[in-house]
Design a binder for this molecule. Structure first.
Ligand code: DQA
Length: 143
């Protein structure tokens, strides 16, 4: 199975960014954990981070023929990007939305996800384990 993994805006700041919420792991360390688990499960991954809405949409479009599944942390775009929601839907890729923090227990603006409707599942609040559970979800769930 090939899984495209996209981290949205400001996730390049992991490690520095509000560690009480997002932990002290850097994006590089998070990606190493994801890659290690994926290798164990014989899953191929391509991992990207972007701070730009259009680039995220282009990445989804560009990998349509390669990817079997999409794992996406749209970060702040979660809460207002109908363009990313449409791109996920348009791609036809079975998708899982992930968040490091528990967005349902945070500020009111974070409790709503507009991208979730285009995804088969949403996993929140487990830090790096959110991504591990998302890989398991991709493997176990029949789409
Ligand atoms: C986040 C939650 C979002 O509300 C926030 O804007 C992020 C990270 C998370 O992984 O917990 O950038 O997606």
């Amino acid at each position: 199975m090939n899984i495209l993994i996209i981290h949205g805006p400001n996730l390049n700041f992991l490690g520095l960014r509000e560690p009480e919420i997002y932990g002290r792991l850097t994006l590089k360390e998070l990606n190493a954990i994801i890659r290690k688990y994926a290798a164990l499960k014989r899953v191929k991954t391509k991992i990207f981070q972007s701070n730009h809405e259009g680039r995220i949409i282009d990445l989804i479009a560009r990998h349509l023929n390669w990817a079997d599944r999409l794992i996406i942390n749209p970060a702040a775009y979660t809460h207002y990007s109908y363009a990313i929601r449409d791109a996920i839907k348009a791609s036809g890729l079975p998708a899982v939305e992930v968040h490091l923090s528990d967005i349902k227990k945070r500020e009111p603006f974070r409790r709503r996800s507009v991208t979730k409707a285009a995804c088969a599942g949403q996993i929140n609040g487990l830090g790096p384990i959110s991504y591990i559970k998302a890989i398991d979800f991709c493997l176990k769930r029949k789409f």
